[in-house]
Design a protein around this ligand. Structure first.
Ligand code: BGC
Length: 689
């Protein structure tokens, strides 16, 4: 390969945004046939095949182009946002959703998704908290691996497999104040305790690529960080795939104060270990000169190109560069993907509060006031990064209620107000609807653009207009069931106390409507549990369950409010009740090379079937590096019929579950006392040498 051919392989452009017949020819013409990758923004496989034909037939070497796209929670069939998916505690379902998303993507011309995002997120002001799996490293690891496996299938060369991309490597979610793209002060200990575990798990699971983040990690930007990109990723973890920069993150080294110009930025990112440049053309413009000046070597370039070509071979693109050109009706919304979209929406909704069994609503209810800006919404309910989702395909909350209650209950709809602003002209109509109904179902929440990228908020509270609508309706004296749809935890304030029941539906995607209605009517029993803590107020941030211990545990709380959050990680109610037996351990003293088995029997003591997730935590009260108060190490969700009892088991592998990393990432296993924690129980065992 010539130098130019090599460096074009390391370059990604975009293609297909204006993919209508008038524009596509010009943009097709502009693409170099030697280009390594394109962000492919069309849904049309014909355009992919045409541009691919250009690469295969008009370039000297006939190297296929790698088509990438942000398939974050579905391609056209849009699932709940990733944060919601984690609340399902059902990684198998998440893997299936990723597999179906991969199929829809491939059939549209996409070979590579920029997903999953596994940035452990503990500051919900940061809008991208919606895109990952919450506040816990283990949860991010499990769901990250599930989606990698779903996207990549058994083999990358399978017809409907696409390559995954772990992002954003690394420390991005710690951007100061939740302000996107800002500096992140990540201590070496936090790096290893919190951020590395999901990436290490994803790399071990075979993730083909990683994306280097925008943020500056304690003085060295993530997209020019030799330590994380080369020492750890390539040398320690032996990753043989490649790293793509984030959008323009190489050029961003200039405003970050790490590079003096584009050439310097290209040099720093490339030598740190970023193999592909996303959209900047910064490698194409500068690497040839840097080679000539011997600032980089051909060996380094060859390694980068080899990594990129290896993926193209693994995906089978050389043998099968073209995709089938099926009509849209055969590509999208197939029964299997709709079934998954529905199930994932159902399982990810979290019943936060249910006073006096407000829910499910009683059978004798004749009229429901269905109020709020979210009721008929078909855009925001999909959430940010909605891929190629179409509002016209969305089943709104209103649609779901109509189907659920048709012929049984009258629905009195009123929008009440918008998501934001100060127009109260709809309040009157909402009050009238409330007065003539037996119960109010109030659907509030966030617009999709309030979370996701570049979507930082200074408060987690809902806008004043929505809170005001709530107070007006409260005056009717009718019970309020609050449904919230959002991309981050919400500061509920007095809405928490004044609502009879609260259902967190997140941004549930295109099949959310019937899931909400089914839970409200009682046809479905909610089983989601929070993968992220809901602080009481924004001022409590950061609040997450696996915090470290305080020097004076009884002191240091807030003077003006409780120090307890509103709802902890793991919280979620059901319409049935579960009782837990005492935990039994196979031993109370174990050696370092012996596994310990913990068991519990969980009985469904209520009158209806339900799913329960057992969350097993470990606490290590004394260690040479202090440990969090507790850490999730295993979870399992099972369906229990009314009256049924099942055994849940956690096999503790000391090396995996009881060891901890130091600031260099070296793991230590220290003897001493440990506790296993589940629900309210805490049982001691000892690890001996
Ligand atoms: C985002 C990435 C995304 C990329 C490509 C960037 O701005 O940070 O998450 O994958 O754009 O669209």
């Amino acid at each position: 390969m010539t130098i130019e051919e090599k460096i074009l392989q390391m370059t990604q452009w975009t293609y297909g945004k204006n993919a209508n017949a008038n524009n596509i020819e010009a943009s097709k013409k502009a693409v170099r046939p030697e280009i390594g990758s394109l962000i492919y923004r069309s849904v049309n496989p014909v355009y992919r095949n045409e541009i691919m034909r250009k690469a295969m037939e008009q370039s000297r070497l006939g190297i296929p182009i790698l088509m990438g796209f942000d398939v974050i929670h579905g391609f056209r069939t849009i699932y709940p946002i990733p944060l919601a998916q984690a609340c399902s505690w059902n990684p198998n379902l998440v893997a299936k959703a990723a597999a179906v998303a991969a199929k829809e993507s491939k059939l549209s011309g996409v070979d590579w998704t920029f997903s999953p995002m596994i940035d452990v997120a503990r500051d919900p002001r940061w809008g991208r908290v919606a895109e990952g799996y919450g506040e816990d490293p283990y949860t991010n690891a499990v769901f990250g691996v599930a989606s990698v496996k779903g996207y990549q299938g058994k083999n990358l060369s399978d017809t409907f497999s696409i390559a995954a991309c772990l992002k954003h490597y690394i420390g991005y979610s710690l951007s100061e104040g939740g302000r996107d793209y800002h500096y992140a002060d990540v201590s070496a200990q936090t790096l290893w305790d919190t951020f590395m575990p999901p990436y290490e798990a994803g790399v071990k699971a075979g993730a083909a690529t990683l994306m280097s983040a925008f943020n500056d990690i304690s003085g060295v930007p993530a997209s020019a960080n030799h330590f994380t990109l080369t020492d750890i990723l390539k040398q320690r973890w032996k990753h043989d795939g490649f790293v793509v920069s984030d959008w323009g993150s190489i050029e961003n080294l200039i405003p970050q104060g790490f590079a003096k110009d584009r050439k310097d930025a290209a040099l720093k990112s490339f030598t740190a270990g970023v193999e592909m440049d996303m959209v900047d053309n910064i490698y194409a413009d500068n690497l040839p000169l840097l080679l000539k000046e011997h600032r980089i070597s051909m060996k380094q370039v060859d390694d980068a190109v080899r990594r990129i070509l290896r993926l193209k071979f693994k995906l089978g693109l050389f043998d099968k560069p073209y995709v089938e050109e099926l009509p849209e009706k055969d590509r999208y919304y197939q029964p299997e993907s709709m079934a998954i979209a529905r199930k994932l929406a159902e399982e990810s909704m979290v019943l936060l509060k249910n006073d006096g069994q407000t829910l499910p609503i009683a059978h004798n209810i004749k009229q429901i006031a269905l109020i709020g800006p979210m009721v008929k919404d078909s855009i925001n309910i999909m959430g940010s990064w909605e891929g190629q989702g179409m509002p016209s395909s969305v089943e709104t909350i209103f649609d779901g209620f109509k189907k659920e209650f048709q012929g049984k209950t009258t629905l009195n709809f009123a929008k009440g107000c918008d998501f934001d602003g100060d127009d109260e002209s709809g309040f009157n109509e909402a009050s009238i609807a409330a007065k003539k109904s037996d119960i109010i179902v109030l659907c509030l929440g966030e617009m999709e653009k309030w979370s996701g990228e570049n979507a930082t908020r200074s408060t987690l509270a809902l806008p004043v207009i929505q809170q005001h609508l709530f107070s007006i309706l409260k005056q009717s004296g009718k019970p309020i069931i609050l449904i919230i749809s959002n991309g981050r935890p919400i500061e509920l304030g007095s809405l928490n106390r004044l609502s009879g029941a609260i259902l967190e539906i997140w941004q549930p995607g295109i099949a959310g409507g019937s899931a909400v209605a089914g839970i409200i009517s009682g046809r479905l029993n909610p089983s989601g549990k929070l993968a992220i803590t809901f602080p009481l107020t924004t001022g409590q941030i950061p609040t997450y369950y696996n915090m470290r211990q305080s020097a004076r545990p009884k002191l240091g709380g807030y003077q003006d409010i409780s120090s307890e959050p509103n709802y902890w990680f793991g919280h979620g109610l059901s319409y049935t009740t579960f009782s837990y037996s005492k935990i039994t351990l196979s031993d109370s003293i174990i050696s370092k090379n012996k596994n310990l088995i913990a068991r519990v029997e969980i009985t469904n003591t209520g009158l209806r079937d339900g799913k329960e997730t057992a969350m097993w935590f470990i606490s290590d009260p004394v260690a040479s590096v202090t440990r969090p108060v507790k850490e999730l190490k295993f979870f399992e969700k099972k369906n229990l019929k009314a009256g049924e009892k099942q055994t849940f088991q956690f096999e503790i592998d000391p090396i995996r579950d009881l060891s901890f990393p130091d600031a260099n990432g070296v793991r230590h296993l220290e003897s001493g006392e440990f506790y296993i924690m589940l629900n309210e129980q805490k049982v001691k065992f000892e690890l001996v040498d």
